[in-house]
Design a protein around this ligand. Structure first.
Ligand code: ADP
Ligand code: 5GP
Length: 207
């Protein structure tokens, strides 16, 4: 007997800025194939060695507004004073068997989940994961250690962190990111388990 899992899953990952989400994806990428990292649009400035079209589509307010008017976004939100939006087209990668990872904030997760409820094909393949830092002190240490944000941006991100962390119960899973390798392995297991949801099975061959 066997099951055929033709399509990928959609994993929404949230957690305060600096907790280590990007580091976890990069670790996961090293030992997992068939991963697509959803590229969001943002009006914030490029930072560090971020590449346009890879980390984000860096666009201006006017272009962002056009995307809203064209209904291109699955969800969009103002985070830390800038606009961020997930393009609906990013989800289509699951049709090619890719697992799509969305790094979006708490309000984005809620809106995306609500929006996807009307499309069972996507909704039954959706899983949500909250990433927690080991402590607030460690979060601050990581934000400062990254050396990409101004003092003002660090303060804004730290101030928002507590509020974001209160919503961990709204997620299917929680990971405490002590060790990035362990977190990446745990995330891989969560993605694997989602593939075996009964609602996500398209074809089966019983005995
Ligand atoms: P996010 O994508 O959530 O904003 P990053 O992946 O950019 O966070 O990580 C922020 C900083 O913390 C980086 O300098 C990164 O090297 C460091 N970092 C990430 N994960 C860990 C960890 N598990 N232990 C210690 N430092 C970490
Ligand atoms: P950063 O500027 O550090 O890359 O991201 C800041 C915050 O914006 C993070 O919490 C991240 O999850 C969130 N974010 C990134 N892209 C999107 C998006 O498309 N939609 C929403 N709602 N949040 C996003």
């Amino acid at each position: 007997m066997n099951l055929e899992q033709t399509f990928g899953v959609i994993a929404i990952i949230s957690g305060p800025s600096g907790v280590g989400k990007t580091t976890i994806y990069n670790t996961l990428r090293a030992f997992r194939q068939k991963l697509h990292f959803s590229v969001s649009c943002t009006t914030r400035a490029r930072r560090g060695d971020e590449v346009d079209g890879m980390a984000y589509h860096f666009i201006d307010d006017e272009t962002f507004e056009k995307h809203i008017q064209n209904h291109d976004f699955l969800e969009c939100a103002n985070v830390h004073g800038f606009y961020y939006g997930t393009l609906k087209s990013e989800l289509n990668y699951i049709k090619d068997g890719e697992n799509v990872l969305l790094d979006i904030d708490v309000q984005g997760m809620r809106r995306a989940k609500e929006e996807l409820k009307s499309t069972p094909f996507f909704y039954c393949r959706l899983v949500t994961v909250f990433i927690m830092p080991p402590s607030l002190q460690e979060l601050e240490r990581r934000l400062r250690g990254r050396k990409t944000d101004s003092e003002e941006a660090i303060q804004r991100r730290l101030a928002n962190a507590k509020g974001e962390m209160e919503h961990w119960r709204d997620y299917d899973y929680i990971l405490i990111n002590d060790d990035s390798n362990q977190s990446a392995e745990a995330l891989a297991k969560i993605i694997d388990a989602t593939h075996f949801r009964t609602q996500a099975i398209t074809r089966e061959n019983w005995l």
